[in-house]
Each structure stands twice: as C-alpha cells, then as structure tokens.
Design a protein around this ligand. Structure first.
Ligand SMILES: CC(C)(COP(=O)(O)OP(=O)(O)OC[C@H]1O[C@@H](n2cnc3c(N)ncnc32)[C@H](O)[C@@H]1OP(=O)(O)O)[C@@H](O)C(=O)NCCC(=O)NCCS
Length: 398
C-alpha cells in the first residue's frame, strides 16, 4: 500500500433543515464549492487548483440542487479548471466517508491520481428525506416493508435489544450538553468556514447573518424535557424513539484533501491523518442501526488494532437507540472520549455529508485530545454499517 494522507479538512456550520434553516437561501452546490475553495486556501493551494486529480463528493437523494453529478457541478461552480474531474458517490449516511476511502483507493492504484478532494454535501431543506424515492413493492419479499423508515428501524433495535427510553434520552442529553460546551469553548471554530447568508426570519423576511456554528444544538435540553416528548415513528405502548433522541435533518458540506506522500513532498503539504482501516458491512435492513457494532471490529482488525487501543470515537447518533446498543456491545459506552463534542442528535446528521463532517471533526479533535488512533462509524439506511480507523500522523517529520 502506498503512503496516502489526509492533509486538510473544513466544513460548514450545520443548519437545521426546514423553513428556518440558515441555509435555505444557499444552494447545495454552492455550499460544496465554498468549502472546496476554502480547503485549497487552507492547504496553501489556492493558486494550484490544476494540481487536483479529481473531486469525489458524497450525497444522497441526488435531485434538485443536489443533482447533475454535484461532485462535478460544484467543481465547476468553485471555479476550478475544467481539467479537474468530479463524481458523486451515494452510500446514504456514510457517503461522505466512502468518498475518502475511494480517494485513498484511487491514489493507491498509482494510475496518475495523487491529489483528490473527497467530501460530502446534503441539503435536506431543499431535498427533504424520501423526496423522489419510489419504493419497490417487492421489497417486503426480502425484509419488512417498513425498513425504509429509519425511525421504524430504530424502534426495532430498541425492542429487540431492550434499549430503554431512559438510556436513549441520557445519550441525547449528553450529546447536546457536550456539543454546547464545545461550541461555547470555541472548539469548532477552526473546522467551520464562516459563511454569510440571507437567513429566514419568523416574519417571512430575511436577514444577513454569518453562519459559524451549528444550528440544531439545544442547550436547554434536560432529561425532564426529553422525557415529555411523545414517540414519533411508532406510537404504541412500547415506543421509545422521539424527536429528542433521534438525529435531526440538516444542511451542510464538508471536505478533506487526500494526497500521496510524494505529492505532499512536492507541494509542501503537511500530513495529518492516515486511513488505516475501513469496512462496510450489510445487515437486515429492519435492524440497520446495529451496523457499527459489526463494521467496527472488522475495520479494527484491518488496522491491526483492538478496541482498547482507540483513543477517540465518533459513533454517529442516527438514533440513540442504535448508538446506545452499538456502544454497549462494543464496551465503549462510557469511554471518556466517545463523541466528545456531540454527534448526530445535537450537531445534526446531514446524511451524505456526515462521514466527511466526522472526519473533519476528528482531524481537529485528535491533536486536542492527544489521540493516536480514532474511529468513526455510522449505521447506513437499508441495513449497512461503515467504520473508518484513523491514525494521527501530524507529528511525522515532513
Ligand atoms: C425525528 C424527526 C421526525 C423530528 O422532526 P421535527 O418534528 O422537525 O423535529 P423538531 O426539532 O421540530 O422537534 C419536534 C419537537 O420536539 C421537541 N424537541 C426536539 N428535541 C428536543 C430536545 N432536545 N429537548 C426538548 N424538546 C425537544 C421540539 O421542541 C419540538 O417541539 P414542538 O413541536 O413543541 O416545537 C426528524 O428529526 C427525523 O426524521 N429524524 C431522523 C432522520 C433520519 O431518519 N435520518 C437517517 C438516520 S439513518
């Protein structure tokens, strides 16, 4: 395997999708173009865009302003030379990390790609979940027809594995508290590109604001306020999944720069992280939330590491029901560096962007927490799990 590194990363703030989204008036492709240009600037390559061998953008529900091969479209809208090609990758909630794996694999082939932007973008205000999908009526020959509703699958995981409402709400409470604390301490400042937008106001007007933080964090969250929320997906006496212990729907973009060792040396780029393990697995779509509990041990095996060697984790909180299950099974629920700055419930889960958002956050967290190894993982719609293992190489000599 060639020596391949992640050298830089940046993301937008994460807007809460809906009529009050800070990014209502910002297109998905423009959002992606903004972070791509900022990435090149931060890497000192703003005048060397022709050096790029490609852009790989993650996203799902690829219609409206997410359409038209947004990986290529955003590359044009970013003003990159026509010679820089772009493509779009869809693995639902893990698209944004799948692109990083694809970039590493492409560079590893040694067929002329040495420098690639990988990332993810999702605009769930412009393309709400489920828009444009046409479920196959034969789906229920293979699994439960309801398995296309992620919230329903969260209820299935909670019921099968006995994840109580109290455990789910505790994770949700902790998520908001950690994300709020990190925001107040300015810990996201370096990873977020401030963007000026015309944000919608309650009276229907718009106002210019600079988005430099995440919109969905609820500092006022208490266990008491969470306990009052009614279940939203299933509504019988066993139901436990609420708006409070589910991830939000969001608008955001995040990108990372992936380069071979030789390209780093040629352009004077400083490596920060290295992908040392990656695994995507499949499970019954009805229990999609358990995906990380299977993907993580396999990715760790690939990296030659064990769970106790991991210093920092982000297990995406698609739903507390599944995140509690996975972290309990792996024995990391009480790890001191598990989702230290929150995750999908508090920061948000902009589907195709999330994998790149997490990689970006981890790149900024690793030196702060003195982490040598980190893992990101998420469950993925229609029954998958993905895990990536990162090694910090920022202290290496070049
Ligand atoms: C769960 C879901 C349907 C909720 O959507 P929503 O109704 O727009 O969510 P809101 O943020 O408006 O919250 C709904 C209510 O819960 C309350 N609430 C949410 N989080 C809360 C918290 N932390 N504390 C207290 N109340 C909270 C809100 O105040 C709101 O109450 P209101 O109606 O009285 O204003 C939506 O976020 C969703 O679909 N999430 C899952 C997305 C998904 O499946 N992703 C893929 C994963 S694989």
């Amino acid at each position: 395997m060639r020596e391949i590194y992640l050298v830089e990363s940046v993301r937008t703030g994460i807007a809460k999708a809906g009529k009050s989204s800070w990014f209502t008036n910002l297109r998905a492709d423009d959002m992606a173009a903004l972070v791509m240009n900022e990435l090149m600037l931060r890497a000192g390559l703003e005048d060397k865009k022709q050096e790029l061998d490609g852009v790989i953008m993650g996203g799902t529900a690829l219609i409206n302003d997410m359409a038209g091969n947004i990986g290529r479209y955003a590359t044009i809208m970013a003003g990159f030379p026509y010679s820089v090609p772009g493509c779009t990758v869809d693995r639902f909630c893990s698209s944004g990390v799948q692109t990083i794996f694809n970039a590493v694999a492409e560079i590893n082939m040694g067929w002329g790609s040495e420098l690639i932007i990988a990332g993810g973008v999702q605009h769930m205000t412009h393309v709400p979940m489920g828009t444009g999908s046409l479920p196959n009526p034969r789906f229920n020959e293979f699994t439960d027809m309801n398995a296309s509703s992620m919230g329903w699958t969260a209820e299935m995981v909670a019921r099968k594995y006995g994840v109580s409402r109290e455990k789910q709400d505790l994770m949700a409470y902790e998520s908001h508290a950690k994300a709020h604390k990190a925001t107040m301490e300015g810990l996201f400042k370096d990873e977020i590109l401030p963007i000026e937008v015309e944000a919608p106001q309650k009276d229907g007007s718009t106002q210019k604001i600079v988005v430099d933080k995440d919109q969905g964090i609820r500092p006022e969250t208490t266990l008491g306020s969470l306990a009052k929320l009614e279940p939203v997906f299933l509504k019988d006496e066993l139901s436990t999944v609420t708006a409070g212990n589910s991830s939000q729907t969001n608008d955001a973009a995040a990108v990372v720069l992936v380069a071979s060792k030789e390209k780093c040396q040629e352009l004077g780029l400083k490596p920060k992280m290295k992908l040392i393990g990656y695994k995507a697995i499949g499970v019954d779509p009805a229990y999609m939330g358990i995906g990380p509990s299977i993907a993580i041990p396999l990715a760790l095996k690939q990296a030659g590491l064990t769970i106790d060697q991991i210093d920092l984790w982000e297990i995406n909180e698609a739903f507390a029901a599944q995140a509690v299950y996975c972290t309990e099974v792996l024995g990391i629920r009480n790890h001191p560096c598990l989702n230290p700055r929150g995750s999908g419930i508090s920061l948000g889960h902009p589907l195709g962007c999330t994998g790149a958002r997490i990689a970006t956050t981890i790149m900024h967290e690793m030196p702060y927490y003195g982490a040598k190894y980190a893992v990101e993982s998420m469950c993925v719609g229609h029954g998958q799990g993905v895990a990536a293992v990162w090694e910090w190489v920022g202290d290496s000599p070049f």
